[in-house]
Design a protein. Structure first.
Length: 169
């Protein structure tokens, strides 16, 4: 134990600088907020559905709500019921056990509705493609408007995909 503490004391502080963030998207914040209000007249409401993912995509989706991205400030919010949603954000391959639930959520979402498949598994089936427990990608059971590839996709790509779906509306 003492050897380890001495080694830490000898090595000192790291000499490399902290990484810088990419804030290039921040100049578009006002434009994004205005565009969402012009399109919908109110906040964009998203219902996120985990159709059988490993939860990697969910972690990145939760990062959208942190102070760095602050999607609530952009006029985008998550809702608990598909009846209040404008957009369904589906992650993971659609498993046999979740197929009926995903279809029920889609049917409960009022028209006009948007569907975004987030993550490689939702887009193509990913590593679970061909499994006995998987129906396939989201597009095999629902009409998908936008796909966001990546395993998992970073929060900025998720935000771009959501905004692309809104613009397609």
């Amino acid at each position: 134990m003492w050897q380890l503490i001495r080694q830490f004391a000898r090595s000192g502080l790291p000499g490399e600088p902290a990484p810088t963030g990419d804030d290039s998207w921040r100049h578009e914040e006002r434009e994004i907020r205005r565009e969402i209000l012009d399109l919908l007249g109110r906040a964009l409401c998203i219902r996120q559905i985990d159709a059988g993912s490993c939860n990697g995509c969910e972690l990145e989706i939760h990062a959208l709500s942190n102070p760095y991205y602050n999607i609530e400030g952009l006029g985008i919010r998550f809702v608990a019921s598909p009846r209040h949603a404008d957009l369904l954000l589906v992650t993971g391959p659609v498993t046999l056990n979740m197929q009926a639930a995903v279809l029920a959520a889609y049917d409960a979402t009022p028209a006009p509705k948007l569907v975004v498949a987030a993550g490689e598994c939702a887009c193509t089936g990913g590593i679970f493609a061909g499994s006995y427990a998987v129906c396939g990608p989201v597009s095999s059971i629902l009409p998908v408007d936008v796909t966001i590839p990546g395993c998992p996709p970073p929060p900025i790509d998720l935000l771009r995909g959501i905004l692309t779906a809104c613009r397609a509306r």
